[in-house]
Design a protein around this ligand. Sequence first.
Ligand SMILES: C[S@@+](CC[C@H](N)C(=O)[O-])C[C@H]1O[C@@H](n2cnc3c(N)ncnc32)[C@H](O)[C@@H]1O
Length: 161
Amino acid sequence: MIAKYNGVKVVRYGGKEATPYLRKNIDLFLQCSCMLDLGCGNGRNSRYLREHGIQPLPFDRCPDYGQEWKASEDIPVNGFVDGVLLNYILMFLTEAELVKIASEINRLTKSGAILMVELEVVKMSFTDTMEKVKTLKAKFMDLLRWEIVKEDSRRFIARKS
Ligand SMILES: C[S@@+](CC[C@H](N)C(=O)[O-])C[C@H]1O[C@@H](n2cnc3c(N)ncnc32)[C@H](O)[C@@H]1O
C-alpha cells in the first residue's frame, strides 16, 4: 500500500514477519520493558516485541494501521520508555519532523535506553540516494546525541547515556 505525506510517497510494507535486523538483534532488547515503535505500519515489529515479553507502544500517523493496535495522540509520561524502534520511517520525515521526533524520543526515554534505526534508499522519499541515507543518519544522530553501539551502512543500534 502507498500513502502520500509531505509530498513524498510512503510505501507501507505488508509482510507479517518482523524485520530481519530486529530478529537478529532481539537479544539486545530483551531487558526492555516498554518500547516505542514509531511508524509501526501494520505492527509486525510490535507484535514480535510482544511475543518476546516486551510491551510495545506502536504509533503511526496513518489511521488504518494494524487494526489490533489503538492509536494514541501522545504519550505524556517523561522517561517511561526504555527502547525505540524506527524501522523504515525516517526517510519520509521533513526536517522539522526529524527535530521533533528526536526531541520526543529524548523526552520519553530513560537513560540507558536503546534504539534501532533502519534506513533505505526509497525513490520518491527524501532519501532517494545512498548519499542522502548517510546524511540522514548523521543528521539524526546529531539531533539525538546517543552513542552508536552497532552499525552498518543502512542500519544502526544506539544507546542513550
Ligand atoms: C515503510 S513503513 C514502515 C512500517 C514499519 N516500521 C515496518 O517496518 O513495517 C513507514 C510507516 O511510517 C508511517 N509514518 C510516516 N510518517 C510518520 C509520522 N510522522 N509519524 C508516525 N508515523 C509515520 C507511515 O504511515 C508508515 O506506516
